[in-house]
Design a protein around this ligand. Structure first.
Ligand SMILES: C[S@@+](CC[C@H](N)C(=O)[O-])C[C@H]1O[C@@H](n2cnc3c(N)ncnc32)[C@H](O)[C@@H]1O
Length: 162
């Protein structure tokens, strides 16, 4: 499986616990060393959604978590989707994790943000964009809790900033 836009590689170890082979792809050269240091069980390559350095039909699952796929009228995401479809084997899956713009505390924060709609898209447009391309949509209500301030600070350090 491919973790597209893997960032600092926060999820690579978890992917490696279940996937036979894990490849992280990341365009930001500064994040590559941290991602590579996460686990020996994942390979991390420089690349992007538009340029995935892998052969045609060579991947079972592409996973993109809060990376690249933020469809807006100004950013159609089509080049990256075409590239993902090139590397996926027939019957393979693209799994895109995005924010819920309708329900929950974070949706309310996004709704109040002056920049979120332009950067992350708007709910109706996003749903229509994926729907027109045959994607299915699953809502997962999530929340984060931390036992200690140190646990919270570790996630902020590793998960949000590089
Ligand atoms: C919010 S971070 C998410 C990182 C990681 N997926 C995670 O969940 O921890 C967004 C990531 O997308 C990457 N990115 C930006 N442009 C991209 C592109 N064109 N193709 C793939 N990834 C891209 C950024 O460099 C960054 O690492």
């Amino acid at each position: 499986m491919v973790d597209l836009g893997c960032g600092s590689g926060l999820w690579l170890q978890r992917h490696a616990a279940t996937a036979e082979s894990v490849i992280g792809i990341e365009p930001d050269a500064e994040l590559l060393p941290t991602a590579r240091a996460r686990t020996q069980r994942a390979q991390v390559l420089a690349g992007s959604a538009e340029h995935i350095p892998l052969a045609d039909s060579s991947v079972d699952v592409v996973h993109a978590r809060f990376a690249y796929f933020f469809p807006t009228p100004m950013n159609a995401c089509s080049p990256g989707l075409a590239e993902v479809l090139r590397v996926l084997r027939p019957g393979g899956s693209l799994v895109v994790i995005d924010n819920d713009h309708q329900h929950g505390e974070f949706a309310r924060l996004l709704g109040q943000s002056p920049w979120a709609a332009a950067a992350q898209g708007e709910d109706d447009f996003i749903r229509r964009w994926w729907g027109e391309r045959g994607a299915s949509h699953h809502e997962v209500m999530s929340s984060w809790t931390f036992d200690t301030a140190e646990d919270l600070s570790a996630v902020l350090r590793n998960g949000i900033s590089p």
